[in-house]
Design a protein around this ligand. Sequence first.
Ligand SMILES: Cc1cc2nc3c(=O)[nH]c(=O)nc-3n(C[C@H](O)[C@H](O)[C@H](O)COP(=O)(O)OP(=O)(O)OC[C@H]3O[C@@H](n4cnc5c(N)ncnc54)[C@H](O)[C@@H]3O)c2cc1C
Length: 447
Amino acid sequence: MSAPQGSQGTVSIDIPDTPHAIDRSGLRPVGVPREVVVARSVAEVQETVRRAAETGTPVVTRGAGSGLAGGAVAGEGVIVLDLSGLDRILVIDPVDGTAHVEAGVITADLDRAAAAHGLFYAPDPGSVGISTIGGNIATNAGGLRGAKYGVTRDAVLSLDVVLADGSLVRLGRPTIKGVTGYDLAGLVVGSEGTLGIVVAATVRLLPVPAQVATASASFGTLEDAATAVAAIAVSGARPAVLEILDGATLEAIDAATGSALRSLGEALLIAQTDGFGAEQEIAVVAGALAATATTVEWTTDAAEAERLLSARREALPAIERIGRPLIEDIAVPRSRLAEAIRRIRRIADEHGVPIFVFGHAGDGNLHPIIVAETDADGEIPEIAHRAADDIFALALELGGTVTAEHGVGRLKQKWARRELGEVSVALHERIKAVLDPQGILNPGSAF
Ligand SMILES: Cc1cc2nc3c(=O)[nH]c(=O)nc-3n(C[C@H](O)[C@H](O)[C@H](O)COP(=O)(O)OP(=O)(O)OC[C@H]3O[C@@H](n4cnc5c(N)ncnc54)[C@H](O)[C@@H]3O)c2cc1C
């Protein structure tokens, strides 16, 4: 690594072999980036983008590089624009119920700062402790609480965006309501660094729930668990969290922690209600679970709740102990959950690769995790990608989507195009051409 150079706090690193070139998808870029700019101010972002525009140089923006879709992956000749240095929480306003933050703020840091005001930031991706608000916005990240609070888009009010010519624009507005103009902030949410660079955002905060109640239930069959999800959906209750874990995942957790979850059944559901009346609401949820469950327990005690939730937290680390995972991310209508998991199991058998399934049942969002032996170079082998292809085809067949929250990146372009269809893809391309006529913002990713 050569010595960092820079001006006014910008760190410009000229390095051939940099962790700045990859995310957590396992995708390796071709070639090396020509430069890494760690920006410390909006002006530095603008200056970098202007310089890139003058020379037609591609820019790959990155937050924390925790993405799973190959979005922040930078190959030959690219400028990597790292926003992790834009990490100030500028305003928290309890009366407006909003925060104005720079893009590089770690999501959990915002949540912690909000807690000091009796507030919380609802979107809670599993990567909440490492990923940035800017990255969450660029991928429209979701999380456990999505069943009640939605995804990052639902929390975003306004965005400060550096456009492809280096100009700065505020999209949306900091008020809770407002309909002037097209929803351009909404357009940028989920655009994966291809339409503009988010440098700051005003986001919605909510009061910390007065009470939280948690339930856990085991089921003899996946169908019984899916029946319970449907029963909760029509029960009038609205859990903040509704997670499902399949038998293979339960076995992996048992092996890692010494628990005996698999012996209780083929699937586990974990639900959480919150707010005034959480206890009354969890009783309704427990009633819906009990109709098909083999065991149900629920609690309002925080330590007990942690114990019930720990299975979900342990799932990915337990699977990672078995081998290097390819983490997928589909959504299907909730009514097709059991069918989706059963057929994913069949795909695992057909390809001879273990596939573990857990996910956000309340959103119909499943994370099939494929663990195949890595090849000689330590890369995820082709067979895992072939199994993933079958899973994407299944998601579309069931009326779902190939990516519920991780994004398209470089890995899912073919499937995203198939899902969107010719006319929608052409519309995406025209929008991209208006906002980034030279095609310098994260080319080769998303669309
Ligand atoms: C253990 C683990 C658990 C995870 N759990 C979840 C989960 O529950 N839900 C979920 O949705 N995701 C999850 N993810 C995926 C990932 O954390 C999210 O996609 C996250 O939003 C990425 O944030 P980041 O700051 O790391 O962005 P990066 O990975 O750096 O970038 C992601 C994409 O956004 C673009 N980008 C980043 N910052 C900006 C910006 N300021 N302006 C414009 N474009 C930008 C990049 O170019 C890239 O295309 C998980 C990942 C891991 C490793």
